[in-house]
Design a binder for this molecule. Sequence first.
Ligand code: 1YM
Length: 648
Amino acid sequence: MAEYKSKDIVVLEGLDAVRLRPGMYIGTTGAKGFHHILWEIVDNAIDEISSGYGDTINITLNQDGSATVEDNGRGIPVDKHPTMKKSGVEVVYTTLHAGGKFNSSNYKFSGGLHGVGASVTNALSSWCDVTVFRDGKEHNMRFVSKEGADGKVHGGIVEKPLEVVGAAKKTGTKVSFLPDELIFGKQSFSFEAISKRARELAFLNKNLKINVIDKIGGGQAFFHYEGGIADFAEYLVEGKNRLFSKPIFIEGEDEDFRMEMALIYTDGYTESCFSYVNNIPTTEGGTHETGAKSAITKVFNDYARANGVLKEKDPNFLGEDFREGVTMVLSVKMNNVQFEGQTKTKLGNPEARVKVEALAIKALGEFLSSKKVAPVAEAILNKAKAALKTREAAKRAKELSRAKNSADNFNLVGKLAASSSRNREKAELFIVEGDSAGGSAKQGRDRSFQAILPLRGKPLNAEKKRIDQVLGNEEIRTIISALETGIGEDFDLSSLRYNKVIILSDADQDGAHIRAILLTFFFRYMRELINDGHVFIGLPPLYKVFKKGFEEYVYSDAELPAAVARCGKGYMIQRYKGLGEMNPDQLFETTMDPEKRSLIQVTIEDAAEAEKMVVTLMGDDIDARKEYISKHANFDRVDEFMNEYKGG
Ligand code: 1YM
């Protein structure tokens, strides 16, 4: 026993560190971190299934606020670790970075951005209960967090050592835990968020069956996609017109590296790429994406040449020509992942580019070598030819737009009310719906740093439009000239004139539509503007509650009764139907004054879901849109479309 004690102390110190600085291990103790400790457990179950053991994961959200994750794999090892002299279960749940070190010939790829494993979950839970079904027996072990002799609360203390509690026919691991309120405050699991991620995991792991059961809300969901990421691509393009019916699916592996890619070509004009490393979305792309793209360029160019589509003297197509209208899902599994970029969602490993490129060239080449796919190849090459033409048209449009730019800049003089200082850090651009609200905003603003751009009509819906058409739209061109960044491939964040770009539209359907159009444009042509945190939505008040000596602005229906109560007897309510109804001072005070206003920062939490939403809301499948809106839209509060973009 004496020998164990000193080791126990080391372990405790490890878990103590987690409780002391949870942010270091799970990012935040907000909703994201709260769910992260669930995914740590799920990741272990997924690794087991990916190694070829078992096929099903059940996630249950229990009445008492705890969660249970169960898989039907081999069960975590219960025998004693040779050097640590502890069972596998205890090692996994009390040692940081324990994943795979225990006994690990096929424990190849570990998921999780932080990758620290189940011990973090244990450290941050009030209790954690592990049951292993293995070798015909049911084994159980329980941990708690409790106050130690030092008066401090420690996590992951063994309450019940691992023991056999019965017989078992099945095999697998079942883990329940209750996130500690001392760490997370009062929070609860979101069935919706968990189901979304569960669906994504099911797409990314085709042999995985995953159930989500919500004992509180009564919800239930089951995900299993035999087609894997090919089904994922299908899901993403729902509502778009395809060039051919079946997705292109390729895969390849060498030791310690796997890649899969699915491609669907549509008649649209934008390219959508969703890439993953070890089931983690790489929103900013990275080396694996670069490798996949150069493989596509090379293989299709070779094919075009071999089949006489490109003559000897013709230059190659550019990569972008082969990606117009494409929806692409790329998933790689590898070790020693290095993340880079603004949000640490960009794969940095140079070897990933080399490997993905080589594997994809081989697999795509084999795909194209079959006579059966000749029509598919022809459709892609025709699309590339059209894209090449568009590219040349866009070049002319851009030149035209550059020529027009002076004209637009001239136009801008009439429209844009610039700020007096050119200090970019502080500068804000309000894009305001309508001339009358624009006029009020111009008068009410703090002109030292706030610029106003009123929009006359509705700008062009950039979804389903070619770039030359987008550039042909005056409202859009005006926005581009005002921001000074350029668009698409030419976009240059360092030229951005304003730190905050704030969309200000009415709190009605038209306003929501204008907002959606602008967000779609930014999403398609200036995504970095969103990713770098420059896009905001201004929230105008819906009501003013007032009487003599009392005045309060109310921003949602839910807050109205409380405001009325605060005002008391003799209250009056003014309802604002649009921004235009406010006088300049009111507009500034309620919506523009940095001290008092509330802004929603637009972020893309989940690029795949955002894509799906933009396609549904802004694309041309009218039935799908109607269904989506009747299911989600609620113009009393902030509508769902915005919620999806809403940051934490
Ligand atoms: C509900 C959570 O943790 N399942 C799980 C985990 C492991 C294994 C099986 C497993 C792995 C190995 C061998 C191996 C883990 N074992 C370890 C360690 N579900 C859940 N299912 N046998 C069983 O990696 O070789 C870490 S995770 F380290 F103990 F082997």
